[in-house]
Write a protein of this length. Sequence first.
Length: 176
Amino acid sequence: MEKLENKYDENIKEDLLNLKLALKAKANIADINEIVVSSLEKPVVGTIALATCYGIVFYDRKNKLAMVGHASPSNLINILKEMMQYFTIDSEATIEYVFVPGYVNDANKDYQGLRILEDYLIKNTPSGIKLIPFNGIELLTHEDIGSYDFAFDATDGKPVTKYLFYNEKEQDISLA
């Protein structure tokens, strides 16, 4: 019976590895002070190593378009401004958004960057854009290095963090 369970565990690990490789081929992952945009060929967007930085997510569910920015504390507004240039003036446009504080910010309960981003977004969003919170982010926590990773699929707005960044030793997934 134990051999059967081990074989089953090996098959699951192999399936997860294959899924991870397939997702990586379809992923755009933002590095520090970078913005990535989903496309038909690469619908998965995300970022890694959010420690003191902030993740910025915009998602247009109707058009299946997503953007992720990874902004350092000194570059918050510049990254947000650049991302907002993608907004179109459309009275029907609804953009889902979320700002993700880095692990260190969370640990220290330092959310000044969140307030800065939120204030700027509210004051500078074109009148034709409706903003609503996005709840589709799952965070992978790296306590050993103090950072978060996340990714989601723009085709359906569902998180793929646990599949893309799966690691046997790091399975702590939490919702942002």
